[in-house]
Design a protein around this ligand. Structure first.
Ligand SMILES: *[C@@H]1O[C@H](CO)[C@@H](O)[C@H](O)[C@H]1NC(C)=O
Ligand SMILES: *[C@@H]1O[C@H](CO)[C@@H](O)[C@H](O)[C@H]1NC(C)=O
Ligand SMILES: *[C@@H]1O[C@H](CO)[C@@H](O)[C@H](O)[C@H]1NC(C)=O
Ligand SMILES: *[C@@H]1O[C@H](CO)[C@@H](O)[C@H](O)[C@H]1NC(C)=O
Ligand SMILES: *[C@@H]1O[C@H](CO)[C@@H](O)[C@H](O)[C@H]1NC(C)=O
Length: 483
């Protein structure tokens, strides 16, 4: 079992997003900036080239704002292509668009192909270093573009990128005027959110399609365990589920269950209201489509698992082109996966658990010791679960301002999001029909009214933040000269 928090799920949205608007492709100028590998000590003088993308076509030179995407765990071009909202509103605001790549992802590798080879090289993969890169980059852009010095900067980001957008405003308020933090689980840390909340939302997505659906999935784990005890059962699954590779030991069985867990979780996250056309095209509200196959939880084990297979085929084989099911997730770990896995093993420790009663998964306690053991074995690092809440404030961020936190209620990550406004300028927007950062996507004819409204509210706050930077300068009170 591994409730590996490795959010290759997160990376997955990036891909999925890309194909949502595959007909729309944006263009930019690519540039690189020389950055310190270590912003916080003077012991390491190494530098690396950070990639960033710029489009100044709509920029009003001399004060027009800079819209700055705080890149997350993946190739920055994916995020640029999938954050249509920024492109949609750039002209109206006269904004310059910048998409900054996060270090250790895409082409921004501090130690080239050695970057991932050892904790000695990988240890500079932290959110704090990434934020410092962003700050340096903005200082550079402002000093080298005539007319940019006075430009207000609005940070945008989705998912981990949304966390970075919010934290950028919190940590660098003199550089960032305001932030749109979409589906940003800044509260998915130890002591801030119950570890079972995430799985409960995944389950709710399925049980709201039909009670029988979630119940069928809940029963499937035991059915799998029972059938997979012997070789005959393993062979039955291989043929009935069209597995690419036969199941051997208990590790393979655990892998299969992990894979299945990820399928259900991914479906909940991309439960978008319109059809998506990714590797496997998904219909609108794909959870509902899956649940049309899971209608009888009282079937015998074999028939139940045949039903499950039909359901998961909506995700794994919608085109009918999938030759066989490849459930070995370890096989093709991408850079984004590995990078996030390392981050999850250091400061991005997001506890997840379930009791199998209030959720449809197998009972999985949160066990920090076991988690830490794995991290030590894999990366030679020890997790520091309380570091991010300490550095960024956890819930105690009311000294900050000018952040919009948007969350879709269908999105399991909303459980770690800010879903209640914290002050008159730390604003929560709830999108009932929203999945993972739907609002950052380009406008789509099939958008539900709620996401259209959410974007309107976000635009109003951006306008307000931009105009308040002008007003602030006039409102400085006189100094008190006392003696
Ligand atoms: C910037 O984006 C606009 C709108 O998509 C496009 O017309 C323009 O060619 C782009 N500029 C560059 C330099 O790619
Ligand atoms: C890493 O890059 C160097 C220099 O480009 C190259 O010589 C070497 O073969 C690469 N190593 C791997 C493991 O790709
Ligand atoms: C569910 O399956 C059981 C066992 O085969 C059967 O007795 C029952 O009638 C089925 N229920 C429905 C609603 O089809
Ligand atoms: C995918 O669907 C096609 C067409 O229905 C089928 O022939 C094929 O066996 C399916 N693949 C898997 C892995 O189930
Ligand atoms: C937030 O404030 C509460 C109450 O003062 C405190 O108990 C908690 O430790 C603080 N959390 C963080 C992450 O600083």
């Amino acid at each position: 079992m591994s409730w590996s928090p490795s959010m290759h799920r997160m990376l997955l949205f990036a891909f999925i997003c890309l194909l949502f608007h595959h007909t729309q492709c944006y263009s930019w100028k690519t540039a690189f900036l020389k950055q310190q590998v270590d912003h916080f000590s003077f012991a390491n003088q190494d530098t690396y080239a950070q990639r960033y993308l710029v489009n100044s076509t709509y920029w009003k030179r001399g004060g027009g704002p800079i819209f700055f995407y705080t890149g997350n765990e993946g190739d920055i071009e994916w995020f640029a292509q999938n954050t249509g909202f920024m492109w949609d509103i750039a002209e109206e605001f006269g904004a310059m668009l910048i998409f900054a790549e996060h270090r250790y992802y895409g082409q921004s590798l501090p130690y080239g192909n050695k970057s991932y080879s050892d904790a000695k090289y990988l240890g500079y993969l932290t959110s704090e270093q990434a934020l410092a890169d962003f700050a340096e980059l903005l200082a550079y852009v402002k000093s080298t573009n005539s007319g940019a010095a006075e430009s207000p900067v609005i940070a945008f980001g989705g998912s981990y990128g949304g966390m970075l957008a919010a934290w950028m405003r919190i940590k660098y308020p003199h550089i960032i005027t305001g932030a749109i933090a979409a589906s940003a689980p800044i509260l998915q840390f130890t002591g801030l959110t119950p570890c079972d909340a995430f799985n409960r939302v995944v389950t709710a997505d399925f049980s709201s399609a039909s009670a029988e659906c979630a119940e069928t999935i809940r029963k499937s784990w035991k059915a799998l365990s029972k059938i997979l005890v012997n070789d005959e059962g393993k062979e039955w699954i291989r043929t009935h589920w069209n597995l690419c590779v036969p199941l051997k030991g208990t590790e393979d069985v655990a892998n299969l269950k992990d894979w299945l867990t990820n399928v259900w979780t991914n479906l909940a996250m991309v439960n978008y209201p319109y059809p998506a056309n990714f590797l496997a095209p998904l219909p609108a509200y794909p959870v509902k489509a899956v649940c049309e196959h899971l209608t009888n939880s009282t079937l015998d084990d074999h028939s139940l698992l045949d039903e499950i297979f039909k359901g998961l085929s909506v995700y794994a084989n919608f085109t009918g082109q999938t030759q066989c099911l490849d459930v070995s997730q370890q096989a093709d770990q991408s850079l984004g996966d590995m990078g996030w896995d390392f981050q999850a093993c250091t400061e991005m420790v997001m506890p997840m658990c379930g009791d199998g009663i209030n959720d449809m998964f197998e009972a999985q306690p949160w066990n920090l010791e076991k988690y830490a053991e794995k991290c030590l074995k894999k990366w030679k690092v020890n997790p520091r679960p309380l570091m991010a809440p300490l550095i960024y404030g956890g819930r105690n961020i009311s000294s900050s301002s000018n952040i919009v936190f948007s969350n879709g209620l269908l999105d399991p990550w909303s459980t770690g999001g800010v879903t209640k406004s914290l002050s008159d300028s730390l604003i929560a927007i709830i999108i009932p029909e929203g999945a993972h950062h739907l609002d950052l996507r380009a406008a789509d004819p099939n958008d539900p009214p709620s996401v259209i409204k959410a974007r309107e509210i976000e635009k109003q706050f951006i306008s307000k933040w931009i105009s308040s930077t002008k007003r602030d300068r006039k409102e400085i009170p006189k100094s008190f000269i006392v003696g």
